[in-house]
Design a protein around this ligand. Structure first.
Ligand code: WQD
Length: 341
């Protein structure tokens, strides 16, 4: 099967491409390199000893998207990661986010329709739930009003895909709502590469531990959680990548009961920021300098997934423990900085 992976040189996309190649899928990556670099392709080929086609493509341009599909004669399926995803930036530049994230999806689906592509697996996010009323959160929990244009583009994308599936019964889609992806491939050849100051917790922690940042600011310790800090469901990026293959298998084996299905992709366990720090200090065997700081605008207090649907219907379950996730993130940080020693 020939799979198009949009955003395939990005953090989650690259790890998913590795898992696809390991299972002998033919993969084409389309990426505009706005938030990643082309050398990730070489790393993917090093890890897998397999070739991958890379096409530098701006999917928000309909002509470029049409040329991509024409060049490859279409694809059996598409895994769509390509999107801008910085929450804070989306608040400052909403039109950039709506244009890129929504037009890319529409251009992609227009070409999928032309070439009768069998399925779409879409990268969605637990941000659609906002602060759930009930925890662990299930897939039929209420969708809250998005707190950012980024989160809203995920909600709008889900609606576009759902409406299209309702009017096209032969088109199959699976929406995967990610919780917090962290960690890196065990080879430490690919991982999270934030540009500039990391917004996310784990890269900020590893950059602090390696000495690139002075100390971690813990955004708020006055939440109504056991230790006062926010709780999230952190999932290893390789476990997350494997969930995409499980979703593809479900459609390819025609096991999907509806032509549009949604799954929470998390571990089902919530950990606080302080628990993350404690686990990191244990696996890295070093103290992490941090201080408590005011809450961050837009943060929700606590969220973790009910993963029963994914476990049962995708026959998928996250395997890696928090310690293993954080050790892989630390090994990756050490590896990308080893030339600076
Ligand atoms: C986790 C916790 C922070 C940094 C984001 C996106 C979401 C999804 C996953 C794409 C929070 C705290 C963080 C720091 C801290 N991405 N923190 N100090 O915000 O849960 O989700 O990534 O789909 O859309 O919003 O992840 O890693 O930024 O924060 O205390 O320097 O760590 O307050 O409680 P988040 P995060």
């Amino acid at each position: 099967m020939k799979i198009l992976v949009t955003g395939g040189t990005g953090y989650i996309g690259s790890h998913t491409v590795v898992e696809l190649l390991n299972e002998n899928f033919e993969v084409v990556i389309a990426d505009n390199l706005s938030n990643s670099n082309a050398e990730v392709v070489d790393k993917i080929e090093e890890i897998t000893a397999k070739k991958v086609h890379f096409e530098k493509t701006d999917l928000s341009c309909p002509t470029a998207t049409a040329e991509l599909f024409q060049k490859h004669g279409g694809f059996d399926g598409v895994i769509h990661f390509a999107a801008f995803k910085a929450v804070g930036e989306s608040v400052k530049e909403p039109l950039k986010y709506y244009h890129n994230n929504i037009f890319s999806l529409i251009n992609l689906m227009n070409e999928m329709e032309k070439y009768k592509t069998q399925f779409l697996v879409f990268s969605s996010s637990c941000t659609v739930y906002g602060q759930p009323e009930e925890l662990p959160v299930t897939e039929n929990a209420a969708i809250q009003k998005a707190l950012s244009p980024y989160g809203n583009t995920k909600q709008i994308a889900e609606e576009i895909i759902t409406d299209y599936c309702l009017s096209n019964p032969n088109f199959n889609a699976i929406l995967l709502r990610y919780f917090n992806p962290i960690g890196a491939h065990p080879s430490a050849k690919i991982g999270e590469l934030p540009i500039g100051v990391p917004q996310n917790l784990i890269p900020y922690i590893t950059q602090t531990a390696i000495g690139k940042r002075e100390k971690l600011s813990v955004f708020g310790n006055d939440y109504s959680t056991p230790d006062g800090t926010c709780i999230r469901d952190y999932i290893h990026v390789v476990d997350l990548a494997q969930a995409h293959l499980a979703a593809m298998r479900r459609i390819a084996e025609q096991k999907n009961e509806e032509n549009i299905e949604t799954f929470n992709i998390g571990t089902g366990n919530g950990f606080s920021v302080l628990e993350i720090i404690n686990s990191f200090e244990k696996v890295s065997n070093q103290k992490l300098p941090y201080e408590f700081a005011p809450r961050r605008e837009g943060d929700i207090e606590k969220v973790w997934a009910n993963t029963t649907l994914a476990n049962e219907k995708l026959k998928w379950k996250a395997k890696l423990s928090l310690d293993e996730m954080l050790l892989s993130a630390w090994n990756w940080e050490k590896n990308i900085n080893k030339n600076n020693e």
